[in-house]
Ligand binder design. Structure first.
Ligand code: AMP
Length: 282
């Protein structure tokens, strides 16, 4: 497995692979790898002849009050896991390599980046699309793999790829969960045991929404109220948003008369957790 820190070297290797006729699959990550990342790598291994994983905690997608500085890191463990997952190259640049002095460009998706996390994390998605556009130009993938756990991120990246004619197949992978249903996330490492117990309220809220919709409830506000009460009955929780929205446009729906996305962001202690699920009308 190659471990590459320089943009130029990564581009040369990717170009060589392309000349050889290899299909390149990219899995972008911020590291601290868990089962969710490993599932993305498994899919990437299937889709590509060459599998590239990027490992970069992207400072420009974090707000000033957010957790960039304390974001969990374990480079050695990550490299070991990547090797076991059959990764051909890890692209692991420094911040200076990605954003040298004088850097001044942004890739920004307008509409679908506005709602949900876009409201509470201004600038976040522009940071994501800028780094992902750069990673695409550096690793030259035919296929790129993202988790449905970050559902809005997937929608925003699909929009960017379509709008900018990137000719990269964007693939979404279903959320990998702990045994009790908690969506696996690097940020779960922030949770104390008591907070971990409350974190399950997100999945419980989603299950409640599914059950209510299946029983014929079509009023999103009633479902949101029930989710809110359920989550707030768990200690240490603070709701950022609960949305029931169109799965493509991400705008709130007024009636559940088609498959809708339920998306949640909840603070549990110092961790901001997100999760989502589809609900169907009945
Ligand atoms: P991150 O390192 O948190 O930026 O995540 C890198 C990629 O892994 C993103 O495409 C995430 O959506 C995806 N991912 C994170 N957690 C999970 C999970 N539990 N299941 C599936 N994909 C995930």
């Amino acid at each position: 497995m190659e471990v590459i820190e320089k943009i130029g070297l990564m581009q040369e290797l990717a170009e060589q692979w392309r000349r050889d006729g290899d299909i390149i699959a990219l899995v972008p990550t911020m590291g601290f790898l868990h089962q969710g990342h490993l599932e993305l790598l498994r899919v990437g291994r299937e889709k590509g002849d060459r599998l590239v994983m990027s490992l970069f905690v992207n400072p420009i997608q974090f707000g000033p009050q957010e957790d960039y500085e304390r974001y969990p890191r374990d480079t050695e463990g990550d490299l070991w896991k990547a090797r076991s997952a059959g990764v051909d190259a890890v692209f692991m640049p420094t911040v200076e390599e990605m954003y040298p002095e004088g850097f001044q460009s942004t890739v920004k998706v307008e509409e679908v980046a506005r709602y949900l996390c876009g409201r509470s994390r201004p600038g976040h998605f522009a940071g994501v699309t800028t780094v992902v556009a750069k990673l695409f130009h550096i690793t030259r993938p035919h296929v790129a793999i993202f988790g449905e756990k970050d559902y809005q991120q997937l929608v925003v990246i699909r929009q960017m790829a379509r709008d900018l004619s990137m000719a990269i197949d964007i693939i979404g992978v279903p959320t990998v969960r702990e045994r009790d249903g908690l969506a696996i996330s690097s940020r779960n490492s922030y949770l104390s045991p008591e907070e971990r117990a409350s974190a399950i309220s997100l999945k419980k809220g989603l299950d409640l929404a599914k059950a209510m919709a299946a029983e014929g409830e079509r009023d999103p506000s009633k479902i949101k109220k029930a989710i809110r009460e359920l989550i707030l009955s768990h200690p240490f929780t603070e709701i950022d948003y609960i949305s029931i929205c169109d799965p493509e446009e991400l705008t709130d729906v007024e009636v559940i008369d088609r498959p809708c996305l339920v998306a949640l962001a909840v603070r549990v202690g110092r961790a901001r957790l997100i999760d989502n699920a589809m609900v169907r009308e009945n």
